[in-house]
Design a binder for this molecule. Structure first.
Ligand SMILES: [Zn+2]
Length: 403
């Protein structure tokens, strides 16, 4: 938004964006309240609001409380005025969804990816988009923006995946490639953990918190930091790559990044399942009817298996490593809240207890009790919701959408 809008067209565009954002955030809202919030004159507000109503961007939704005179007509943004395409990408799978700007999911689509060639992945996402447009029957012209959450080190300004060991990509201009496939709509690319942290802050356990850390504990491990209410990306936007912090300096298991002893190589879901295949006695697999060769993390969510002494031991050890990591993050950032998300926390109480116990042991006693540790409870996929949230923010801050 231009701070010094000089000509009258700029001023009008600026005022329209201002009014639209306030209706979005504070609606239902009366015209006189809009004038008060924006500092604009009531006639200016009336002209712009009338144009919005005519264009179907704003609805009148009944009457508000009277402050002495007539009851005011309340205004609300029409959530079906525009739509957003959101994408959550990972190595083997892509999940997409179409949202309206009121945050409702119209439909979603999940596809298995049997390739990590960037062009093929972009095509799969594009096909998924076409499928959603066809199945929801919405006007493609009304999909104005795309948000995409991806693993890796991401230059968000350029939509560039600088490096991702999960996708095995280096310097992939994903934003530009996808924008082209999506018929030219702008694409905002963000790291998956940052997107999830934002989703938790806006719609999940993080509501009302300003300083929180979201840990994505899946095949890959990463953290998203919300500091002072905003995503903290660091100088290049790479902050939060905690999966590749060295925990075992003298070796340790080999990591997907090629180094030894990274957190991800010890506590990543794939690392854990491989360890279980090696270490658990055969009778456990036989007794619970689990295929040892095809073992995946969902097998471990079976409460009966999690409760066996052997599995408890492994999960407690993994929980302690995560606890040490959390303690280090608490010492650096002093957050109010830590959210444990991704696949691993689904293993249950035993794991979470081990994390909290080790964290409390590993920080100065003054920190103990100052930070809450919770499991992510969001029903929808946090990175997907985060991708939507980022695209929504983008949509409401660019002048391009000159409504
Ligand atoms: Zn690594």
């Amino acid at each position: 938004m231009k701070k010094n809008a000089s000509n009258s067209k700029d001023v009008k565009t600026y005022n329209r964006i201002l009014i639209r954002n306030i209706i979005r955030k504070l609606g239902p809202i009366a015209r006189y309240e809009l004038a008060k919030e924006t500092g604009l004159t009531p006639p200016t507000v009336t002209v712009i609001v009338n144009e919005f109503i005519e264009d179907g961007i704003v609805h009148e939704v009944g009457f508000g409380e009277s402050s002495g005179g007539r009851r005011p007509v309340m205004l609300e943004l029409n959530s079906k005025a525009a739509f957003i395409f959101a994408v959550r990408l990972q190595r083997d799978e892509v999940v997409t969804a179409l949202f309206d700007i009121g945050g409702n999911i119209l439909n979603q689509n999940k596809r298995t990816l049997d390739t990590s060639v960037a062009e093929d992945v972009v095509e799969a996402v594009g096909n998924s988009y076409d499928w959603l447009i066809e199945n929801t029957g919405i006007d493609k012209e009304k999909v104005l923006c795309c948000g995409l959450a991806s693993p890796g080190l991401i230059n968000t300004h350029r939509g560039l995946i600088q490096h991702s060991s999960n996708l095995k990509w280096d310097k992939v201009p994903l934003g530009a490639m996808l924008s082209k496939r999506l018929y030219g709509i702008p694409v905002h690319v963000e790291n998956i953990s940052n997107a999830a942290a934002l989703a938790e802050k806006e719609y999940g356990s993080g509501r009302g918190y300003h300083d929180l850390i979201y840990l994505n504990l899946s095949v890959g491990i990463g953290a998203g930091f919300i500091i002072g209410g905003e995503i903290y990306g660091g100088t290049r936007g790479y902050a939060g790559e905690i999966g590749h912090m060295t925990l075992m300096p003298d070796g340790g298991p080999e990591c997907a990044c090629g180094r030894l002893g990274c957190l991800e190589a010890i506590c990543g879901v794939r690392a854990i399942t491989e360890r279980m295949k090696r270490e658990l006695p055969d009778w456990i697999f036989e007794e619970y009817g689990v295929n040892k060769i095809k073992l995946n993390m969902s097998d471990l969510f079976l409460p009966s298996i999690v409760e066996t002494k052997e599995v408890r031991m492994i999960l407690t050890e993994v929980g302690r490593w995560v606890g040490i990591t959390v303690a280090n993050l608490v010492s650096i950032f002093n957050p109010e809240l830590i959210i444990l998300g991704g696949e691993l926390p689904k293993a249950g109480g035993n794991f979470i207890e081990a994390v909290v116990e080790e964290m409390n042991k590993s920080v100065l006693k003054e920190f103990v009790g100052t930070v809450k540790v919770v499991r992510s409870k969001m029903k929808e996929d946090p990175p997907l919701i985060g991708a939507y949230t980022l695209a929504l923010e983008m949509l409401f801050s660019i002048e391009k959408w000159n409504l």
